[in-house]
Design a protein around this ligand. Structure first.
Ligand code: TYD
Ligand code: MG
Length: 460
């Protein structure tokens, strides 16, 4: 029988560093108050222990010249959902490990299950540590027609999972979730820093050795980062974040990190009765079609990844009921809104200091594109003076501190998207066109250099 050696160790929940005693500050990453106590029992002679990465299967590799390495063309498994493929950068790369994180109940399990159910080209092993096989079956029946190739097992022991993998020899492995599985030779509980680190690194070693992609589902903490050590995010090839407000039906899938593609892409889904539906034309969902013309609403053109879409910005400005005016923002950076309010106050002369300002981006989406500045400022102003921005007009442009409108990226795509959706006028920054021919366009392009000019164009 293998001998057991038990000791207490302290693990940094930020970097996963192991210390023999408690310290206020992690000696490795310098973070304060991150060390947590864990009882570690390792069986002598077992492969586990320190959670070090072992990418090769034991034999020592020899260094090679880059030019001598024969790389086969990057093999990718296409996922059934094209939105997911886009975020992954064109599909799952062989031997890669992808971590999907998100708040509880957002739809991580649904997203992954729905995709693997219809994979037909290889066998898929879906390991669930949270739900029983019968529960997953009920969900699977609701969201799709399961393929012959999808196998489900409820298991929380890493060693058993490895045994299942060995006997089934799948082409894709899903672990839902990494925080529920535990290696038998570590005695700390599932979800602890040392367990998450160890399980993830063993699965990674398996992925790299066999070329089989592994998808991990991960919980996130109250602060919004993925639970477990930060090293988890470092060792995986891609980290995808599934986000959205549980009260809205729209869900956004973002790549936070991707070794095989761009991190600026996003996928948009809608949670329906029968699982997630891909939203292929986001503009349609983000614009309140056919609604009455109301003040405080301006349509902005934003680009997320390579995709332009139109989005409604809504603002409400009213006289402050209390001494300190309220500023409330959803879906947009609140500091940025305060900056825009200061620009309005200083450069355009609008007195907003005694007003409550509420700002909302339609659809529960969070937008980081600075090109939305102009529509935010126009929506605020429209609500303040109670004048309607024509619904057939949209705008795009970054606003600078002196009230100047600065050029934005991908202007041609933005204009084309607005034209495609039948809008009549688009307001864009001056000198942004740089030789793009607008004579063939059906949409009227208005160039402005300052916020005042934009207001004049809107409310003349
Ligand atoms: P789930 O995938 O279990 O979330 P996670 O794994 O991220 O915790 O999804 C949970 C929510 O999704 C649940 O509250 C109900 C909703 N849902 C639907 O609205 N329609 C569906 O078809 C499914 C499967 C789930
Ligand atoms: Mg789940």
């Amino acid at each position: 029988m293998a001998k057991k050696a038990a000791h207490i160790s302290w693990f940094c929940s930020n970097c996963g560093n192991e210390s023999s005693k408690w310290e206020g500050r992690c000696p490795s990453c310098g973070e304060w108050n991150t060390l947590v106590e864990e009882r570690v029992v390792t069986r002598a002679g077992s492969g586990g222990g320190k959670g070090t990465l072992r990418l090769s299967s034991g034999d020592i590799g020899t260094p090679m010249r880059v030019s001598d390495i024969v790389a086969s063309t990057e093999e990718r498994i296409k996922m059934p959902s094209s939105e997911l493929n886009r975020v992954l950068g064109g599909g799952l790369v062989a031997g890669s490990m992808v971590l999907v994180g998100g708040e509880p109940g957002i739809g991580k399990s649904t997203l992954v299950l729905q995709n693997v159910l219809s994979i037909r080209r290889c066998q898929v092993l879906y390991v669930s540590g949270e739900e029983s096989a019968a529960q997953i079956k009920m969900r699977a029946d609701r969201i799709g027609r399961p393929s012959e190739n999808c196998y489900i097992v409820t298991e929380t022991s890493l060693d058993n999972i490895m045994a299942h993998i060995e006997s089934l020899n799948p082409g894709l492995v899903i672990v839902d979730s990494i925080q529920t599985i535990a290696a038998d030779d570590l005695e700390s509980s599932a979800g602890s820093v040392s367990q998450v680190r160890e399980c993830a690194s063993r699965l990674l070693a398996y992925a790299k050795r066999s070329g089989v992609p592994v998808i991990l589902i991960g919980h996130i903490t109250k602060e919004g980062s993925i639970a477990g050590p930060k090293v988890l995010e470092h060792i995986v090839d891609a980290v995808l974040r599934f986000e959205g407000d549980t009260h809205y039906m729209y869900r956004i899938l973002r790549a936070v990190k991707n070794r095989f593609g761009s991190t600026s892409e996003l996928g948009i889904y809608e949670m329906c009765q029968r699982g997630l539906r891909e939203v292929t034309n986001p503009s349609e969902m983000l614009m309140n079609q056919g609604a009455d013309e109301l003040s405080g609403v301006a349509v902005g053109v934003t680009v997320e990844g390579l995709r332009p879409f139109l989005i409604e910005t809504q603002a409400l400005v009213s006289t402050a009921a209390y001494g300190t005016p309220q500023r409330s923002v959803t879906g947009f950076d609140s500091k940025r809104m305060n900056m825009l309010l200061a620009v309005l106050e200083k450069r355009v002369g609008f007195k907003l200091a005694q007003k409550d300002v509420f700002l909302n981006i339609a659809g529960g989406l969070r937008v980081n594109d600075p090109a939305l500045d102009l529509s935010v400022i126009c929506a605020i102003l429209s609500s303040n003076v109670d004048m309607v921005v024509p619904r057939s007009t949209c705008m795009t442009g970054e606003v600078g501190l002196s009230g100047e409108i600065r050029p934005v990226t991908r202007i041609e795509q933005r204009i084309t998207e607005a034209e495609k959706l039948g809008l009549e006028t688009i307001i864009i920054p001056k000198n942004n066109l740089r030789g793009i021919d607008t004579s063939r366009l059906k949409i009227n392009v208005v160039e402005v250099a300052k916020v005042e000019e934009a207001f004049r164009a809107l409310f003349a």
